[in-house]
Design a binder for this molecule. Structure first.
Ligand code: HSE
Length: 402
């Protein structure tokens, strides 16, 4: 029998318990063994829960129980979760998590620790919620040299942008809806300021390029600056505004990674990814382009990926999964400032002034725009080149075009 303990009975943790129970027979068949939930750790009381008898408040009960094989960490954050994960791995118990913050900040050392203790640290649910992406990236695409990964990695911000685009809601109204639907993190700044997407692109970059990329190495901008005016201008020229996490292989094995709102052309598959859905586009030198799409947040979709990792480990508890990467280094990272692209600009200037400053531009129009406002798309140039051309201009929005 394989015994499982869940740490944290929040949205994802309770979803994991539900999937393990509802699909119990099927899971036992697939593992060819009995997989049983033995403990749920939470500081809170759940008097009405059907799992009443399983609750504990002291982690050492789980740590010291030799029967526990797999610990599911769904606490979140990088403090208590780091302590419990470290202790579980040192006790030789494999750990499965959806905690992108912990993987993005401590993944390298935790993977090393798992290896040293003959167990596994798996985190399929940390990127893209229920979408199978990490295992396909490392297994199904293993024959490729990957050149870039581009993703809509945060369900909350994609939901907010979709509601702004489709229903004309303001940012605040759409955020309240996302929170009511249970998509947003406890602290929505992690979503709206891009930190959640940043952590996910760090994990994707580490798997794609083989070296740890830390969140503080990734320039990150969220969606607070996106207004209904920007949405309307983008719409007028057939683009959708999306928050993208991107990582690219650069010459000399360097890596460029960043998170920022982009104007995505309407005919790009990423433009059609709406609501809480996520999508991750991967380019490899044998496969060409491939895209993974599905529910990037939510209780059961995320639990689906967590339980898949549990099943993988339960099938062979001592298998060396070799899912590590290198420690990374500061000089491995390249600034996105070197990447040329077209730009969307909204500024207080005339079309003539915009042309004078930026050369050939595509002016954009929207109803109700103030007279002094001009919005336009530029030709290809780097961010520093654009900044130089617009020095002294009152620029209210400036986003990269994909
Ligand atoms: N808050 C996250 C999102 C949850 O909205 O995508 C999944 O990581």
């Amino acid at each position: 029998m394989v015994h499982v303990a869940i740490l944290g009975f929040g949205t994802v943790g309770s979803g994991v318990a539900e999937v393990l129970t509802t699909n119990g027979r099927l899971i036992d068949q697939r593992v060819n063994n009995l997989v049983r939930l033995k403990y749920i750790l939470d500081v809170r009381d759940f008097p009405d829960s059907p799992y009443q008898d399983l609750f504990v408040k002291d982690f050492s009960v789980i740590e010291n129980d030799p029967e526990v094989d797999i610990v599911v960490e769904t606490i979140g954050g990088a403090r208590i979760a780091l302590d419990f994960t470290t202790r579980a791995l040192k006790a030789g118990k494999s750990v499965v998590t959806s905690n992108k913050e912990l993987v993005a900040t401590h993944g390298y050392e935790l993977l090393q620790l798992a290896k040293a203790n003959g167990c596994s640290y798996l985190f399929e649910a940390s990127v893209g919620g229920g979408i199978p992406i990490l295992r396909p990236l490392t297994s199904c695409l293993a024959a490729n040299e990957l050149s870039q990964v581009t993703g809509i990695l945060n369900g909350t911000t994609n939901y907010i942008l979709t509601r702004m685009i489709r229903a004309g809601l303001t940012f605040e109204e759409a955020l309240r809806e996302a929170q009511a639907n249970g998509y947003a993190e406890k602290d929505p700044t992690a979503d709206v300021d891009g930190h959640d997407a940043c952590r996910k692109i760090c994990i994707l970059a580490a798997l794609a390029f083989g070296e740890h990329v830390y969140p503080d190495q990734v320039p990150t901008e969220g969606i607070r600056r996106v207004t209904l005016g920007d949405v309307a201008y983008a719409d007028s020229c057939g683009y959708k505004i999306k928050l993208l996490g991107r990582c690219l292989r650069m010459p000399e094995n360097k890596v460029c990674a960043f998170v920022a709102p982009h104007l995505v052309p309407g005919d790009d598959p990423l433009a059609g990814v709406e609501d809480v859905f996520n999508a991750i586009a991967v380019t490899g030198n044998a496969i060409g382009d491939v895209m993974f799409y599905g529910r990037g947040a939510g209780k059961l979709p995320t639990a689906s990926a967590v339980v898949a990792d549990v099943i993988d480990i339960a099938k062979d508890l001592k298998k060396d999964r070799r899912n590590g990467w290198g420690p990374g280094s500061p000089d491995m990272m390249v600034s996105p400032d070197v990447l040329p692209s077209r730009w969307y600009v909204r500024a207080n200037m005339t079309v003539e002034q915009a042309r004078e400053a930026c050369g050939e531009i595509q002016p954009l129009a929207r109803g109700g725009a103030p007279e002094e406002e001009t919005a336009f798309l530029t030709g290809e140039m780097t961010a520093p080149a654009l900044q130089e051309k617009l020095a002294g201009v009152d620029v209210s929005s400036c986003f990269r075009v994909l």
